[in-house]
Design a protein around this ligand. Structure first.
Ligand code: FAD
Ligand code: SF4
Length: 511
C-alpha cells in the first residue's frame, strides 16, 4: 500500500466524509495544523480563533480515538514551522510519504497556494471534494451561461428543482417559490424569545496558548465557547433550532432589539462553515420538523430558512468562484474613507451602531440585518473603502470565511461590484432601522430629524449618498422612485441635508 498523507484544513471538519467512512488504514496519516499564517492573515476575533482550534482539536481527537492515524500540530508545538508547505515537506520526509491528498480549499488564497505547492511536489498529489456543498463551484455558469450578473432568486429556484426540495412535482410547494413578504416583522414588546442554547466548551488551554504566542486579535479571549464545536453539539444546536426557533424564524428574521442578541436565528453558521454540519442535513432536519409540527409552524418560516441555506449560502459560494480573484478589488463607488474608530470599540452615540458593534465584539456574532442594514449600511453611506470593510467583517465574525464573507460584504452590502450580485444597494435612512428595531427609542439622535444637532446621521448620509451617486444609480429601475422623491424635495431642504451630511462626514469618529 502507498503511504499517504491526507491534509485537512480548519474549515474541513466533515465528520461524514468518505475518508472517514472507511476502516482506518495504517498507511494513511491525517494531518491537521494550527498555523501562524492562518491566525495572522487577518485580525480575527479571539472567539473565532479559539472556536476554530477547539473544533479542529475535537475533530482530530474523535477520529484518533476511532483508530485513525492523526498528526495534529498545535500552534506552539516546537516542530511546527507555521507554514503549510514547510510542515508538509518535513512530514513527507520523516514518514516516507508517497502521496499527498488534500480536500478542495474553499478560499481562493489557499486554493492557489496548493495549486502552486503541488507543482513543486516530488510525489503524486490529488485533490478531493469536501463533499459538503450542494452546488458545484461553477454551477452558475452551468445553469445560466457566462454573465456579468446573476440573480439569487433564479439560482434558488433551479436548486430547489434540481434537489427536489419543497417541490410538488415541477411546481413549488404551495404554489409560490418565495414567501419573504410574509416575514419581516418587528419584534413585539415583551415578546418572550427562547433562550439561546449556549454550550460551555472549556477553551482555557487554547486561551493560554494564544496569549503566550501573542496573537494579534479582536475582542477578548474566553474561558468557554458557547458555539457548537463537536458533531454532537452541532446536531443538538440543529435540534434546538428546529424545536424552538424555526417557529418564528421567518417572522422575526429582520427584527433587531437592544434586549436580544440572537432572536430566532439559528447560530448554525459556524457549524455549517466548518462543515461539521452539511447544508443537506440542516435542510432535511428543518423540513422534518415542519412536517411534524405543521399545526404550529407556518410554511413561510420553513421556506425562509431553506432559502438562506439552499439559496443564499450556495449562491454566495458559486458567485465567489465565478468572480474571484477580480471581485476582491471591486470598488464601484471609488470609496476611500477609513473605517471609523468606533467599529473597533463600539464607542458611538448612534445606538443602533453601538448595539450591533458591541454584540459583534462581545460574541463574534451579529445577525444578517444587523450586518447588512446597520454596520454595512453605515459604512456604505459614509463612503468607507470596501477593503477596510472587508477586513473588519472577515475578522470579527465567528463564521467569517472569505467565500461567504467577501460576497456578502463587498457584493451585497457595499455594492462594490455595481450590481453583479444585488440588484440595488442596501442603503436606508433611519426609517428602516426604526421600523425594524427599538434602537431609536433610546438613541442620542432623533430618527425623525435630517439636520440639526440631534439629527440621525443615517438620514442626511442617506440622501447625500443618493445625491453623490445619482449618475451611477438613477438609471437603476429599483432606485427610480427614491430619486423622484429627492428631485421633488425643496432645494433649500436639500441644501440643509447635504450640509449636515458634510459636517458628519468630516468628523465620523465623533458620531
Ligand atoms: P440564520 O439567520 O439562522 O440563517 C441560517 C443560515 O443561513 C446561516 O447559518 C447561514 O449559513 C445561512 N445564511 C443566511 N444568510 C446568508 C447569506 N447572506 N449568505 C450566506 N449564508 C447565509 N455569513 C457567514 O456565514 N459568514 C460570513 O462571513 C458572513 N458575512 C456577512 C457579512 C455581511 C456584511 C452580511 C450582510 C452578511 C454576512 N453573512 C455571513 C450572512 C449572514 O449574516 C450570516 O450567515 C448569519 O448572520 C449567521 O447567523 P445564523 O447562523 O444565526 O444565521
Ligand atoms: Fe440609529 Fe439613527 Fe435610530 Fe439612533 S436614531 S438608533 S443612529 S437609526
Amino acid at each position: 500500500m502507498i503511504k499517504t498523507l491526507r491534509l485537512l484544513l480548519g474549515d474541513q471538519l466533515n465528520y461524514k466524509h468518505t475518508w472517514f467512512l472507511q476502516k482506518p488504514d495504517p498507511n494513511i496519516i491525517y494531518l491537521m495544523m494550527e498555523l501562524r499564517s492562518e491566525t495572522d492573515y487577518a485580525k480575527h476575533h479571539a472567539i473565532k480563533i479559539q472556536a476554530f482550534f477547539a473544533a479542529m482539536r475535537s475533530f482530530a481527537n474523535h477520529f484518533s480515538q476511532n483508530g485513525f492515524n492523526f498528526i495534529y500540530l498545535k500552534l506552539d508545538d516546537t516542530e511546527n514551522q507555521q507554514d503549510f508547505a514547510k510542515n508538509i515537506n518535513a512530514l513527507i520526509a520523516k514518514h516516507q510519504i508517497e502521496k499527498l491528498e488534500i480536500l478542495e480549499p474553499d478560499e481562493y488564497r489557499l486554493d492557489e497556494y496548493f495549486k502552486q505547492f503541488s507543482k513543486k511536489l516530488q510525489i503524486p498529489y490529488q485533490c478531493f471534494s469536501t463533499e459538503h456543498f450542494m452546488a458545484k463551484r461553477n454551477e452558475l455558469e452551468m445553469m445560466f451561461g457566462q454573465k456579468d450578473r446573476y440573480l439569487m432568486e433564479n439560482f434558488y429556484r433551479r436548486m430547489r428543482a434540481q434537489h427536489n426540495v419543497l417541490m410538488d412535482g415541477k411546481k413549488p410547494v404551495n404554489g409560490k417559490w418565495n414567501f419573504d413578504t410574509e416575514n419581516r416583522k418587528k419584534l413585539p414588546n415583551k415578546h418572550p424569545v427562547p433562550q439561546a442554547l449556549l454550550f460551555q466548551n472549556d477553551v482555557r488551554d487554547i486561551k493560554k496558548m494564544l496569549i503566550n504566542c501573542d496573537i494579534e486579535h479582536l475582542g477578548a479571549y474566553q474561558n468557554t465557547i458557547g458555539y457548537p464545536i463537536t458533531r454532537n453539539q452541532a446536531l443538538e444546536q440543529l435540534d434546538y433550532f428546529c424545536e424552538n426557533l424555526l417557529l418564528h424564524f421567518g417572522d422575526y428574521q429582520d427584527a433587531m432589539s437592544d434586549q436580544e442578541e440572537y432572536i430566532y436565528h439559528s447560530r448554525l453558521s459556524f457549524a455549517l462553515n466548518t462543515k461539521i454540519l452539511s447544508p443537506k442535513e440542516v435542510i432535511d432536519a428543518a423540513i422534518t420538523s415542519f412536517e411534524k409540527n405543521k399545526d404550529m409552524i407556518s410554511y413561510a418560516q420553513l421556506e425562509g430558512f431553506v432559502r438562506q441555506i439552499l439559496g443564499w449560502r450556495e449562491f454566495m459560494r458559486c458567485f465567489y468562484w465565478t468572480f474571484m480573484p477580480g471581485f476582491a478589488y471591486e470598488n464601484f463607488f471609488n470609496n476611500e474613507t477609513k473605517l471609523p474608530q468606533f467599529y473597533w470599540n463600539a464607542n458611538t452615540k448612534m445606538n443602533c451602531m453601538h448595539h450591533c458593534i458591541k454584540n459583534s465584539l462581545d460574541n463574534a456574532y451579529a445577525h444578517h440585518i444587523q450586518r447588512l442594514m446597520v454596520t454595512g449600511n453605515f459604512a456604505l453611506l459614509a463612503g468607507v473603502d470596501p477593503s477596510e470593510v472587508d477586513q473588519w467583517y472577515l475578522g470579527i465574525y465567528i463564521d467569517a470565511i472569505e467565500w461567504v464573507e467577501i460576497t456578502n460584504t463587498r457584493g451585497m452590502s457595499q455594492w462594490s461590484d455595481g450590481g453583479g450580485l444585488a440588484t440595488k444597494p442596501y442603503v436606508s435612512s433611519a426609517n428602516y432601522i426604526n421600523k425594524m428595531s427599538n434602537y431609536c427609542k433610546s438613541c442620542h439622535y432623533d430618527h425623525k430629524l435630517k439636520y440639526g444637532k440631534k439629527a440621525c446621521p443615517f438620514n442626511s448620509l442617506y440622501w447625500a449618498f443618493l445625491d453623490k451617486h445619482q449618475e451611477k444609480l438613477s438609471n437603476n429601475q429599483r432606485m427610480s422612485m427614491i430619486y423622484r422623491v429627492w428631485a421633488k424635495m425643496d432645494t433649500l431642504e436639500q441644501e440643509k441635508i447635504l450640509e449636515q451630511a458634510q459636517e458628519y462626514l468630516k468628523e465620523l469618529d465623533a458620531l
